[in-house]
Write a protein that binds this ligand. Structure first.
Ligand SMILES: [Zn+2]
Length: 254
């Protein structure tokens, strides 16, 4: 069972985590939807999330994108509008600072919002690709999106449909993303799991990989989850938006 730090105890847990990163790092970081909530992106299944309106596994399936792109674009448009309006929050910014200072090797993310890069992180591994780029399914032409106003047209000059460069349901995780993250998980002595319960492969595998060779698992989540009672060593219970800037300050100074 993990050591759980919350409320007034939180700062002791943050200090302990900073110590572990100094000794065993640079850390591998794994992030999920939770880190972007404070940027205004509701998690798929949370309140205000896409599941309230759509069967996401249907609308977001690659077969629908191929056979009925107009239907796929109904949900995509809404999703991209939310993503493209969002700005990095203090959690993303703190991770970018820690990477720059050499305390983080890679940030592996399950998100497609591009907010780690927008915050300044350079070594980002995207399990699910990114929403900020479209490409034509017929001729391959690409188009970068900088804001919601760039989304149209959804059809290319060649007559084909554009699709976002992210991983749809029914598509595999990019092999190079798997390779980089698992190679790093074998090397590092500490992983930070942030804003995700890490229950879905391949994200689920990474903390186990680190633990297998004696590494430390640190979890930063607002609630106790399945990892906490199994392999987490240090649980910082609370919002990543408040905890990560504290961790950065502890490592780098104010
Ligand atoms: Zn085209």
């Amino acid at each position: 069972m993990a050591e759980v730090y919350e409320g007034e105890e939180l700062i002791a847990g943050v200090r302990k985590t900073a110590e572990v990163i100094r000794e065993r790092g640079p850390a591998l970081v794994l992030t999920g939807a939770g880190i972007s909530i404070d940027s205004g992106i509701p998690p798929f299944r949370g309140p205000g999330g896409l599941w309230e309106k759509y069967d996401v596994e249907e609308y977001g399936h690659i077969e629908v994108m191929r056979r009925n792109p107009e239907k796929a674009w109904i949900m995509l448009r809404e999703m991209l509008e939310t993503i493209l309006k969002a700005k990095p929050n203090p959690a993303h910014l703190a991770l970018a600072d820690m990477e720059k200072a050499g305390f983080i090797s890679y940030t592996v993310t399950q998100n497609v919002d591009g907010l780690h890069e927008a915050a300044g992180s350079k070594r980002v591994v995207k399990f699910h690709g990114e929403g900020g780029k479209l490409y034509c399914m017929k001729c391959g032409r690409t188009r970068k999106l900088t804001g919601p106003e760039d989304i149209d047209p959804i059809r290319c000059e060649c007559g084909g449909y554009f699709r976002p460069d992210f991983v749809f349901f029914g598509e595999p995780i990019p092999p190079n993303a798997l390779y980089t993250s698992f190679t790093e998980a074998e090397k590092t002595g500490v992983i930070l799991v942030i804003g995700t319960s890490a229950q879905v492969y391949p994200a689920a595998q990474l903390p186990y990989e680190v633990k297998r060779h004696g590494g430390v698992v640190v979890e930063i989540n607002p609630a106790i989850g399945p990892l906490t009672s199994t392999i987490t060593d240090i649980m910082l219970k609370g919002s990543s938006t408040t905890i990560l800037p504290k961790l950065r300050d502890e490592l780098i100074g104010r």
